[in-house]
Design a protein around this ligand. Structure first.
Ligand SMILES: [Cu+2]
Length: 154
């Protein structure tokens, strides 16, 4: 028991030291603000399922949604993946692309989110600062199967 306590103290001390060092390095390498700890989205969260049978059927469920301003849409890979969410850049309202670029992490292409391969893997798109209007998107692997979604920001 005593050994476990000592180990814990040493570990915390080491982590603190590493954190400081990392902070110094980040300052010299990038001007980006320090990454916020992985936190829950600030605004309301709207859930969308990504479904399919892996061959002939794939869909966003629901495929038409209306969300309040500042909402986050959380996509979950339910079945028939890999799935992703890509927005047609010419479909979004003026200023929408910039807002989406800020609200989409780990994009693989312009306004194109990463492929979700694991069961129940999620991907969140923040519509913080996104202008009102309709954002049309699709799943890159399943566009030919008609896997499309229209998200209207109120
Ligand atoms: Cu898909």
């Amino acid at each position: 028991m005593r050994f476990a306590l000592i180990t814990t103290v040493v570990t915390i001390g080491t982590l603190a030291a590493c954190g400081q060092k990392g902070g110094d390095q980040n300052q010299s390498q990038t001007s980006a603000p320090a990454a916020a700890p992985a936190a829950a989205p600030a605004g309301p969260v709207v859930e969308v399922k990504m479904t399919g049978n892996g061959s002939t059927r794939a869909a966003f469920e629901p495929s038409t949604i209306t969300v309040p301003a500042g909402a986050t849409v959380r996509f979950t890979n339910v079945s028939g993946g890999p799935h992703n969410i890509t927005f047609w850049s010419d479909s979004v309202p003026a200023g929408g692309a910039a807002a989406l670029n800020a609200g989409m992490k780990n994009t693989v292409d312009n306004l194109s989110g990463p492929f979700l391969t694991q069961p129940n893997e999620t991907y969140e798109v923040s519509f913080a600062n996104a202008p009102k209007g309709t954002y049309k998107g699709y799943c890159t692997p399943h566009l030919t199967l008609g896997m499309k979604i229209a998200i209207t920001v109120q």
